[in-house]
Structure formats: C-alpha cells, structure tokens
Design a protein around this ligand. Structure first.
Ligand code: UD1
Ligand code: CA
Length: 456
C-alpha cells in the first residue's frame, strides 16, 4: 500500500494566547508537530506533507530537520481547503491519511487499524464518544447504524448536538476518491469554511461505506487548544512514559513524579529512580543505577551500579560504573567520568576526563582538565582555565593529591603522585612525587596582645 500522510497544522491556535504558533509548543520537550511527524515516520514508507500557515515560516524553519515536505496554506479557509493545497501531490492509487498537527498522543496501533478500513469501496474514520461532545463535529448515523454524514456543531440541530459520538478529524481514504470529492467542496455553511468533513456524505452518496475506528482512550485523539489541555496531555504522556519504564523493569518510587523528555536508549536491570527526576534527550542507564530525588539528567550515560545522589544536574556527560555523584553535583558537557569515581557536593565538572578511582568530593570547579587514576582533589580546588579570552588545559597525573583550596592556573601539569600543599596557587608545572606549595610562611608573633578598648 502506498501511503501519503497529510498533517494539518495551519490553524492559528488563538486560545494558546501565544506569539508562538501552536504546533511549536512543546510536549515532553518536543514540539507538538514533532510528535505527529514522528508517528507518520514510523508508518512504513509514508510520504509526509505538512500544511502550515499561521505563524508563517516559523514552523518549517524551526522544524527544518524533519523528514517531511512543507506546503503553505496562505489563508486558513477550513480543513477541506487545507487539503486542497496538496491535490497535485496526491496520487490516485495511494491511501491518504489525514492527521492533525495539534493531536500529539495518537497511537500507532490506532492508525494501523484505521488504515485497514480503506478499501475500494470504503474509507476509515476515527471517532470517539465523549461525555462532553461540545465543539466537535458529530457523527450522524442512519437507522441501520451506518455513518451518514458529519455535522459541525455550528450547523447542527438540537437533536444532532445530543449525539455523543464525535469526529476526531483523523481519517484515511483513497487518493483518487479524495481528489474527486475535494473538487466538489463548497463553503455554504455556518462558518463559511471548506469542511473536509463534507466528503463523508459524498462517499455515502456514492455507496461507499464509512468504517469507524475508536482509539484505546479519548486522550489519544485530544487536540490542544489551550495551555490547560497542553498541561493535561503532558501528564497523560508522562504517565505513559512511566508505565513503559516500569514495564521495562525500572522501579519508580512515584510514577506520577517522573518525567522523560526524550528516550531511554539503553536500560539495564533493576534501575531505581526516586521522585522528581527529569530525564531529557538520549539517556543510557546501566544495571542497578540509582538516581536520587530532584535530579535532572540530559543526554547522558550512567554506568552499571553508579549512584546519582539527590539534586544533581548532569548534562551531556558520562558516568562510569560504580561511580557516586552528588548530592548537589553538576556535570556539564563533556564531563567523562570513568569507573569508581566520586564527585561530591557543590562540585562542577566541565570538559574533563576523570580516570578510574579519582575523587573530587567537595566544592570544586574542574574544567578543561585531564585527571589521572587515583587522584584526590581536595575541597575548594579551582582550575583557572580561562584568562578572559582563551581556555587552557590542566593535567593532573595518576595518584596526585591536590590539597584543599588550591588554584591550578592553566596551562599547568601536576606530575604523577605529586602532592600540592593546601592553599596553593599553582602557576607552573609541579614535578612528580614531590611536594609543591606556594603558601606564604606561617608566623606566630611573639608577645602580641589583642588591642584593648581605650578608656577615656
Ligand atoms: C474539525 C472538524 C470537526 C472535528 C474537529 C476535531 C472540520 C470541518 N471539522 O473542527 O468535525 O470534530 O476538527 O478537533 O473539519 N487547519 C488547517 N487549516 C485550516 C483549518 C484548520 O490547517 O484552514 C488545521 C488546524 O491547524 C487543526 C486542524 O486543522 O490542526 C483542525 O482545525 P480546527 O479549527 O481545530 O478544527 P475544527 O474545524 O474546529
Ligand atoms: Ca477547533
């Protein structure tokens, strides 16, 4: 089956009260339209066209990386008018799937079921029953229960408005038939719009049957019109993510307080995630990884048996097996920690490789550095890597011991097994094995007395 997906995304979205086009608002960190395009891409061999309009070039510019074609609908004269924009692109022998750019949670299996409905004499329509159908087009069925037409709320009679089965707008139909029906659409209705929904009555008129499919749950077909609905679907989506993580064997201490704005590409067994953890981008978690409460982890890989203690921020970094990070640690881009590394509270690490067994336990900034194995970096150590114009590298060789409150002014090299005395400002290379310090000598003033208050 040849498949063409047309995603309608030209509408304004007034109720978002936003300068940003609606479909660029994000759900789980990804634009709404991105979710719909991802679904379309997962359908085998689907050729995808997005109809954009409101917000102008912002939408195709921002989403230029998507593997879709963009067609502009300059004026938004209705859903039928939107599809008319791509008539020259539709082949007679293909199935056309219509999706909405603001309906982000549609499931693959629902679409597959819908596509099954398309035959020479039939088309597929996704409908759902709602407790409150207000605002939607209603599915009008004949005496035998077959779909007869769709009536928009604004054109509906009172009896029609009482119908609780609504049109989701998502449908699948043969290309040649769709083109013939589009050519006959008019806008003589309450809204003066070209309604795509009018093709249903045309199909029935020609003796085709309209086969309906229902989604697993109504949230799947909910569109986003305002920020309340956006927040609602965000929670629905996150609940789905949490369920899927638990199915994959993760312990979530509270599935309602877990957010995944990306993909867990690799996952070991018996991972445990405490409350209020946010995972973003591409994440890899080894076996028995523990993530403490209130940590934000983006584009990172965490090795087997590593523990991320509470309140850590990890961004574009690697943590090796059996390492222990935090609480309150920050790993910035290109922090690459090997196995058995300890990073403690208020430590920031950037563009630094830390080899096996090294420890940076308290209050330090380590940037643009290579740290060897078994190094101990004392509290309050700062790599002075930036002179205001350029960045320079620090090298700390295996077994070195950096005393507390040391500044390492880069470029500088600390030799193997060197010891740096606490409170030093190190501006030149320190030789291996020896003690280097730049501290001024301590004196105790003999006979010194504290000043006393002068009596007047
Ligand atoms: C449409 C359906 C209605 C259905 C409802 C489901 C029609 C006539 N009505 O209602 O039966 O219950 O969706 O939400 O089809 N769009 C364009 N260009 C336009 C108009 C709309 O691209 O000129 C896009 C919008 O961006 C949106 C989608 O089409 O993604 C639906 O538009 P919207 O105005 O929300 O739907 P309604 O016409 O109210
Ligand atoms: Ca609407």
């Amino acid at each position: 089956m040849k498949l063409k997906t047309i995603i309608l995304a030209a509408g304004q979205g007034t109720r978002m009260r936003s300068a940003i086009p609606k479909v660029l608002h994000t759900l789980a960190g990804r634009p709404l339209l991105g979710h719909v395009c991802a679904l379309s891409r997962r359908l085998a061999d689907s050729d995808t066209i997005v109809i954009y309009g409101h917000g102008g070039e912002q939408v195709p510019t921002r989403l230029a990386h998507l593997d879709v074609r963009w067609v502009e609908q300059k004026q938004q004269l209705g859903t039928g008018h939107a599809v008319m924009q791509v008539v020259p692109e539709i082949d007679d022998d293909e199935t056309v799937l219509i999706l909405y750019g603001d309906v982000p949670l549609l499931r693959d299996e629902t679409v597959h079921a819908l596509l099954q409905c398309v035959g020479e004499r039939s088309l597929g329509l996704l409908t759902v029953r709602l407790v409150d159908p207000a605002g939607y087009g209603r599915i009008v069925r004949g005496p035998a229960g077959a779909v007869a037409r769709i009536v928009e709320e604004k054109d509906a009679s009172d009896t029609e408005r009482a119908i609780d089965e609504i049109n989701t707008g998502i449908l699948a139909v043969n290309g040649a038939q769709l083109k013939a029906w589009l050519a006959r659409l008019d806008n003589s209705n309450a809204q003066g719009e070209y309604y795509l929904t009018d093709i249903i009555a045309m199909a029935v008129d020609e003796g085709l049957s309209v086969r309906t499919v229902q989604p697993g749950d109504a949230d799947e077909v909910l569109g986003i019109n305002d920020r309340r609905q956006l927040a609602h679907l965000e929670r629905v989506y996150q609940r789905r993510q949490a369920e899927s993580m638990m199915e994959r064997g993760v312990t979530l201490l509270d599935p309602a307080r877990f957010d995944l704005r990306g993909t867990v590409l690799e996952l070991g067994e018996d991972v445990e995630i405490d409350v209020n953890v946010v995972l973003e981008g591409d994440i890899r978690l080894g076996s028995r990884v523990r993530i403490g409460a209130n940590s934000v982890i983006r584009n990172a890989s965490i090795g087997d048996d590593a523990a991320i203690l509470p309140h850590c921020v990890i961004d574009d970094a690697e943590v090796g097996a059996f390492s222990r990070i935090g609480p309150f640690a920050r790993l910035r881009p290109e922090a690459r920690l090997s196995d058995h590394v300890h990073v403690g509270n208020f430590v920031e690490i950037k563009k630094t490789a830390v080899a096996q067994g090294s420890k940076i336990n308290h209050l330090s900034y380590i940037g643009d550095t290579i740290v060897g194995t078994g190094v101990n970096i004392g509290a309050g150590t700062i790599t002075c890597n930036y002179d205001g114009a350029n960045k320079f590298q620090t090298i700390i060789e295996d077994g070195a011991f950096i005393g507390s409150d040391t500044q390492l002014v880069a470029p500088v090299r600390i030799g193997k097994n060197a010891t740096i005395g606490a409170g030093s400002t190190i501006t030149r290379d320190a030789p291996e094995d020896g003690l280097t310090l730049s501290r001024s000598k301590q004196i105790s003033a003999e006979g010194w007395r504290r000043p006393e208050k002068i009596k007047r």
